[in-house]
Design a protein around this ligand. Structure first.
Ligand code: 5AD
Ligand code: SF4
Length: 444
């Protein structure tokens, strides 16, 4: 087998970052990444199983790989579908050599050794109860300005609809010292933005007992060279007021909190085993609205959970109004294998779920139109992400995580990763348009 690999990644930011660590580990083992599967000796498929018959899509894809096995290629299925389906993958696709869930990635070097010795049916599936995290100095970060750091892996919350506790194993945090060391190394390497990651990032518990999550946020935010710190995803159950206080006190912590509510109906929240009520959630939102900073709030919503009535949906719609989110990610409930909600009665038809989804999206669009319109005339700091040649605009992002497309009178286009002061001249429900201020107002 040639020591080249191709990797394809699906799913959340945790998965995207896992792939960066997997790539780093493979490179450390002497493998070279290629951008075309035709050139690869090893094809890795980092899978997601959060919704929508994900496992069927994976098997469909593996079928396509079948014809490549004759060329001597090897295959590894990793991530959430790998953990969920386990050895069944070998039965359905015998040409796959490695099946590993994310809790086993720290054992990847050993798995690769076995692969090179010609072993087949190599598994990394038994680490769901581990207390270890996947920490490696070898991370192939794809963006040189903004980078992820996983601070907590796994999930112990067991919401009734969710596969994650079954696919990513139990909750385990890295020490604050190890997070700080990685963040400092990144700052030294020129990164200015750090995104702290965890399935429930604010459930972080320093195993050495030295720092709370809020203290860790502040510590990362005061590393010289770091200009922006984000964190995702927060769980309302563990959302404490000191997080808002530390954002108020630390300018580098971004003006954005993603706090998935899932439903605005306390009855449905109970059925989902979210362990909070609408009122309890709104109390946390009230802390954020009382902050000195203008915090942008975003959320995830599930519509059509079994037993959801029109009245429950209306509770979610009114919650959107009360909170005034800047963005929501809304999904139709999809039953997932082995979860408590998989076989619940009162399931709703796809038509009903789609109609309810549309009601919420329409309502949310109107909220965003008003929210984004408030930025007209404001000046905000924007980090450059890229260019839109067709529209001759620079694409960037504000501290609130809003997309800002802007123009400049400077002759030289600003480099990606630089920060600029931009005046907003036009607003849309999903993006802002502006002009960079002339040089004196420019930062960096
Ligand atoms: N069906 C629909 N949406 C789901 N999510 C998680 N599990 C399911 C499911 N079974 C959504 C939640 C979560 C987001 C990442 O995906 O809203 O916050
Ligand atoms: Fe998908 Fe959830 Fe796994 Fe992320 S943790 S890859 S969203 S199933």
């Amino acid at each position: 087998m040639s020591k080249t690999f191709y990797i394809e990644t699906f799913g959340c930011q945790m998965n995207a970052h896992d792939s960066e660590k997997v790539v780093g580990t493979l490179e450390q083992q002497g493998y070279a990444q290629v951008q075309d599967e035709a050139d690869a000796g090893l094809i890795l498929y980092n899978t997601c199983s959060i919704r929508d018959k994900a496992e069927q899509k994976v098997f469909h894809r593996l079928n396509e790989y079948k014809k490549l096995q004759g060329e001597g290629k090897k295959f590894a299925v990793i991530g959430c579908v790998a953990q969920q389906e386990g050895e069944k993958i070998f039965d359905k696709a015998p040409y796959v050599s490695i099946v590993a869930g994310s809790a086993s990635y720290r054992n990847l070097p050993g798995m690769l050794d076995r692969l090179e010795r010609g072993d087949s049916r190599i598994t990394g599936l038994d680490d769901k109860k581990t207390t270890e995290t996947f920490e490696t100095p070898f991370v192939a970060r794809t963006n040189p300005h903004r980078g992820y750091i996983t601070i907590i892996e796994g999930c112990d919350k067991f919401c009734a609809y969710c596969v994650v506790p079954y696919t990513r194993g139990n909750e385990r945090s890295r020490t604050a010292a190890s997070v700080m060391e990685e963040a400092t190394r990144m700052a030294d390497a020129g990164f200015t933005e750090i995104q702290l990651l965890g399935q429930n990032v604010n459930s972080y518990r320093d195993p050495s007992g030295k720092m709370t999550f809020a203290e860790l946020l502040q510590a990362v935010g005061t590393i010289p060279g770091i200009r922006r710190v984000r964190f995702t995803t927060s769980h309302p159950r563990d959302f404490t007021k000191d997080i808002v206080d530390v954002i108020d006190a630390t300018p580098t912590l971004c003006d954005h909190i993603h706090l998935p509510v899932q439903s605005g109906s306390s009855r449905i929240l109970k059925a989902m085993a979210r362990e909070y009520t609408r009122e309890w959630y709104l109390e946390r939102i009230a802390w954020m609205k009382a902050a000195k900073r203008d915090l942008s709030l975003t959320s995830d919503i599930i519509v059509g959970f079994p037993g959801e009535t029109d009245a429950d949906l209306e509770d979610t719609a009114t919650l959107l109004d009360v909170v005034g989110y800047d963005a929501i990610f809304a999904f139709k409930f999809s039953p997932r294998p082995n979860t408590p909600a998989e076989h619940l009665a009162d399931s709703l038809s796809d038509e009903v779920k789609s109609a309810r989804l549309q009601i919420l999206l329409d309502r949310q669009r109107e909220i965003q139109r008003i929210n984004y319109d408030r930025h007209l005339g404001q000046v905000m700091e924007v980090m450059v992400e890229g260019y839109n040649k067709a529209r001759n605009q620079i694409i960037g992002r504000s501290s609130q995580n809003k997309t800002v497309n802007f123009t400049t009178t400077q002759l030289i286009m600003p480099a990606t990763g630089t920060y600029h002061q931009v005046r907003i001249t036009q607003t849309f429900p999903n993006s802002l348009v502006g002009e960079a201020l002339a040089a004196p107002g420019r930062v960096q």
